[in-house]
Design a protein around this ligand. Structure first.
Ligand code: KIV
Length: 273
């Protein structure tokens, strides 16, 4: 009998993130929208990959996240799922899919999991989303909440500024976070809220909070991949840390290629058959 074992990386699940919260282990989440990037972030050991509706901005060049469709989100999620062996893949429910009746929300979430192979969905918004969230969780689909700056509501919020500075909004956010937990969400993204509030919410919840522009008191952090890789030169919010300058690297590599093609220096003999 062979004693050889194959070292298959253990897939991250909702139980893993629940355990990480209990043990005080920070959770690393990042966005991805395609297969190649998904394989790279998975290889680096990321815990959660978010197929964010920020794909509308980053991949498609839209000014807001509103135009991306359910079919387009499913396409991105399929590409990412094929590249993620260890990380758990979570997919944003796009604008409009959760604002109406609960059955439409459920059918959209079912399509995402059935057609993409992802493991969970993320839904922006608090109290008004609870009936849809309960319906989706009731069908066995894990849901991550998203409070604070919810970019799908940009037209109502009047921009992308810091949220919950005033006590009334901060109290509502705490109430919403507790409602999301009670409804069965396995985690909550807190976007662009004061660090002290995010810390208090994180301490009040037994499910993990994942912050973006929400300080260090959250149970995990998320960044948009292209932003943290320095590919989006014009975007420099206070909360963003860039870990590479890929815009420079890519434009200079492509510039070198262009001059080699123009000068006849590429391809060389060794690069020819
Ligand atoms: O769409 C997205 O990328 C997001 C993150 C910024 C949390 O929702």
């Amino acid at each position: 009998m062979s004693t050889n074992t194959i070292d298959i990386p253990k897939k991250v699940t909702t139980s893993t993130v629940a355990r990480m919260k209990r043990d005080g282990e920070k959770i690393a989440m990042i966005t991805a929208y395609d297969y190649t990037m998904a394989t790279l972030v998975d290889k680096a050991g990321i815990d959660l990959i978010l197929v964010g509706d920020s794909a509308a901005n980053v991949m498609a060049g839209h000014a807001t996240t509103l135009p991306i469709t359910l079919d387009q989100m499913i396409y991105h999620a399929q590409c990412v799922s094929r590249g993620a062996s260890r990380a758990m893949v979570i997919v944003d429910m796009p604008f409009g899919t959760c604002d109406g009746d609960e059955l439409t929300a459920l059918h959209s979430a079912v399509r995402i999991l059935k057609e993409s192979g992802a493991a969970a969905v993320k839904i922006e918004g608090g109290e008004p989303m609870i009936p849809s969230i309960k319906k989706i969780i009731g069908a066995g689909i894990p849901v991550m909440g998203h409070l604070g700056l919810t970019p799908q509501a940009v037209n109502q919020l009047g921009g992308y500024g810091l949220r919950a500075k005033a006590k009334e909004e901060a109290d509502q956010l705490m109430k919403d976070a507790l409602l999301l937990q009670e409804a069965g969400c396995f985690g909550v993204v807190l976007e662009k809220v004061p660090a002290q509030l995010a810390k208090e919410v994180s301490e009040a919840l037994t499910i993990p909070t994942i912050g973006i522009g929400a300080g260090n008191g959250c149970d995990g952090q998320v960044l948009v991949l292209q932003d943290m890789l320095g590919m989006n030169e014009g975007f420099k919010p206070k909360f963003l840390r860039t870990y590479a300058s890929l815009a420079d690297t890519i434009t200079s590599a492509v510039g070198n290629y262009i001059s080699d093609v123009r000068s006849g220096n590429f391809p060389s003999e060794t690069e020819s058959y």
